[in-house]
Design a protein around this ligand. Structure first.
Ligand SMILES: Nc1ncnc2c1ncn2[C@@H]1O[C@H](COP(=O)(O)OP(=O)(O)OP(=O)(O)O)[C@@H](O)[C@H]1O
Length: 713
């Protein structure tokens, strides 16, 4: 059944997914064509019959996913069946995107699908390679078979020209275009074939861009089409078993539209980019019979497409609330399309499929991919700068101006069947005056709002600067403290015999110092983030004084009205201001706790220092005592030795040591010490070698005591 959908896709939807079924090809018909899908009459769903009808042979071994496969229905924003013409496709898909691009939205249109499914046909129209001879006819205008890109180009120029022709609005616009291909994971400029292996970069303001990519300024749709054609003819195309003119690279045509509207003092500048992407087709090497170069291309194509699938899968998981890394950098394609996939862009994915049962498995894969893409959530914003206005009432002011213009038009013209009106018409003039009064009030409010924001931003910058110097000071102090502690540590390590308990105590402050170091590093990161945020907000902030001065000049001419984006900016800045304030409070608290910690560490360090000094005193006292004891004991030993030597002149020299020990043994008070000094085997040995020595010693002692007794007597 033919699908006739003329209602364009809703404009406010940021990501939409469309399926296009192409008519069967000759090759498919020759293989015994059988259709495997049907599209519902509303053009929103598509049912795939997962079983080849009896008697139909497929050129791939067909394995149904379940023993009794049931038809499977997929729902999309729009499903175009074989009968949908190029023009209808444009009305449904291309036109809303062209309008969105001119409104200031970044746009992206991606054709995805199996090789030979009709991507290039949908995007460009019949092949530019084979229809080269017919190009003259295409150059002269859009033909029935022209694809989305030439139609979008034409529409964009038509709208811009119509706006320019509109009275009362001063429109300036510039359109630039570039064309690139990603071939074997290399970005190549299709307009400058020598520029290969270009690099992709990301910019906070302009998004993703390719460095060194040639941009050509164009004035007419014909000139733009010429550029498209040039790029397309430079693209890698090769024959495979599935498609005589298979695209072997991902082709991206980029349109940059910059428009400037000056309307009653409001200068409105919009910059938007339109990525028109004709992907290389997913392919099974077996089907395409790829070998050599084709095989290498095929591997690269499939790898980047699988990276695209991974990005979409990750995005899907984030919409389910999971925290996931989005692997944009896994391929050049996904990195280049980063804005289109989950970023600031409106995106439409066209999944091209073949109706033939022989491509059933690939068709199901494509539909599954497209279904996942439905869940991507983009945040598309109008990329617009408005000068000469400032507050939240730009839309309202615009509406009022339109009302004034309409009233003036009514007054100046007499419509048939209507009463004639003139400028003298009292009520109309009153109404105009009322409207003008509202506009001037709005302007004043706008100005006040803008000044307030500027002041807030100024204060914020000051706070950030103060914070910066504070943190630098704290950081320096911490570094000095850490340095001091480690120096002390080194000294202690080199000092003689430190007590174990002491070294343990000293280690504690160092650990705390390291904690502080880490905290300082984390604070520095926070601080750098804040500084970066401030830097980012500066361009917006800088705009304010300029706007203010302009607004002052034209205060009575009601120039200072606000646009919605500026309103958003103000809200954003206020939110940022609030969050920065909170951050500041947190940081101040952190700072306090850090200082407390710092003081604690210092206290610990002082205590350790005192303990170390007292321990050192104790050590030196102990050393003194040891020295004294040693001296005393040496003296005693000497005196005893003299006694022993006197009494036993006839003893051998090698008995001296034994004598000393025995003398000590003789002394009662040193008995225990002797026991501890001499081992049992030694004592036994002494007894064996000098059996009479002990007896002699006792005798001598007795003699002495007798002498003493005699002396006393
Ligand atoms: N809607 C359509 N109406 C008529 N012919 C079509 C349609 N779509 C595709 N075709 C034809 O199908 C063939 C393959 O189409 P196309 O080259 O666009 O496929 P592709 O998806 O770009 O393939 P590849 O990925 O290999 O480059 C072409 O001959 C093309 O003219």
């Amino acid at each position: 059944m033919a699908t006739r959908l003329h209602v364009p896709l809703p404009e406010e939807v940021n990501v939409s997914v469309v399926v296009r079924v192409r008519p069967p090809l000759e090759r498919e018909k020759q293989l015994g064509y059988s259709k495997c899908l049907s599209v519902d009459s509303l053009g929103h769903s598509l049912t795939v019959f997962q079983m080849p009808p009896p008697g139909i042979s497929t050129d791939i071994p067909f394995k149904p996913s379940s023993p009794q496969p049931t038809p499977r229905t997929f729902t999309f924003d729009y499903v175009a069946d074989e009968s949908v013409t190029q023009e209808e496709m444009f009305t449904a898909v291309g036109k809303p995107m062209a309008h969105a691009c001119l409104q200031g939205y970044h746009c992206c249109l991606i054709a995805y699908g199996q090789t030979g499914a009709g991507k290039t046909y949908t995007m460009e129209g019949p092949s530019l390679h084979t229809s080269f001879n017919d190009l003259d006819s295409i150059d002269s205008g859009i033909t029935e078979k022209s694809g989305l890109i030439p139609r979008i180009l034409e529409t964009i120029f038509l709208i811009l020209a119509a706006e320019k022709a509109q009275s009362g609005v001063d429109v300036e616009f510039s359109v630039r275009c570039s064309s690139l291909q990603i071939y074997n994971e290399q970005v190549e400029d299709l307009l400058c074939p020598n520029s290969t292996n270009l690099t992709i970069h990301e910019d906070a303001k302009i998004g993703m861009y390719v460095e060194g990519l040639q941009e050509i300024e164009v004035q007419t749709p014909e000139a733009t089409y010429e550029v498209l054609k040039r790029g397309s003819l430079n693209r890698h195309v090769g024959a495979t078993a599935m498609n005589a003119e298979s695209s072997r690279s991902h082709g991206v045509f980029i349109l940059s539209v910059e428009s400037q509207r000056q309307d009653l003092g409001i200068l409105n500048r919009r910059v938007s980019r339109f990525y028109l992407v004709d992907l290389a087709g997913s392919e099974r090497q077996k089907q395409t019979e790829a070998v050599g170069l084709r095989l290498r291309e095929s591997g690269s194509i499939n790898r980047s497409l699988s990276a695209l699938g991974n990005v979409i899968k990750a995005l899907l998981e984030t919409t389910e609330g999971k925290i996931r890394h989005i692997p944009y950098r896994d391929s050049k394609l996904t990195y280049l399309l980063k804005d289109a996939l989950g970023g600031n862009s409106r995106c439409t994915l066209i999944a091209n499929v073949s109706p033939s049962i022989i491509n059933l498995e690939e068709t199901i894969c494509t539909l599954k991919f497209a279904q996942r893409a439905k869940y991507i959530r983009n945040v598309a914003m109008i990329n617009e700068d408005t000068l000469g206005n400032s507050s939240a009432s730009a839309e309202e002011v615009k509406r009022l101006r339109l009302e004034i213009a309409a009233l003036r038009a009514r007054i100046n013209s007499t419509l048939p069947g209507e009463q004639s009106m003139s400028w003298n018409d009292h009520s109309s003039n009153n109404q105009i005056r009322r409207l003008e009064y509202i506009i001037s009030q709005s302007s004043k409010q706008a100005l006040a709002g803008e000044r307030k924001t500027a002041q807030e931003m100024h204060a914020l910058s000051k706070k950030i600067d103060a914070l910066k110097s504070l943190y630098l000071r704290v950081d320096r102090a911490l570094q000095a403290l850490d340095g001091g502690i480690s120096q002390k540590e080194r000294k202690r390590e080199t000092s003689s015999s430190p007590a174990p308990s002491h070294s343990q105590k000293i280690y504690l402050p160092q650990g705390a110092g390291a904690t502080l170091d880490r905290r300082t590093a984390s604070r520095n990161v926070q601080f750098n983030d804040l500084t970066d945020e401030a830097q980012l907000s500066r361009p917006d902030f800088k705009r304010n004084p300029e706007t203010s001065s302009k607004t002052d000049q034209h205060d009575h001419q009601m120039q200072d009205n606000t646009s919605a984006p500026l309103k958003t900016q103000i809200v954003h800045l206020k939110t940022m201001n609030k969050s920065l304030k909170q951050e500041l409070e947190t940081i101040t608290k952190e700072k306090k706790s850090m200082l407390a910690e710092f003081a604690e560490v210092k206290r610990d360090r002082d205590q350790s220092k005192k303990r170390l000094a007292s321990l050192e005193d104790q050590i030196s006292q102990l050393q003194d005592t040891i020295q004294k004891l040693k001296k005393r004991s040496d003296k005693r030993i000497l005196s005893d030795q003299v006694i022993v030597d006197d009494d036993d002149d006839d003893d051998d020299d090698d008995d001296d040591d034994d004598n000393k020990m025995l003398v000590n043994f003789q002394r009662k008070k040193h008995l225990n010490a002797f026991k501890s000094f001499i081992s049992r085997p030694r004592l036994v040995e002494i007894r064996r070698r000098r059996p009479n020595l002990l007896c002699r010693l006792f005798r001598r002692k007795k003699r002495r005591s007798n002498l003493e007794l005699m002396e006393e007597a």
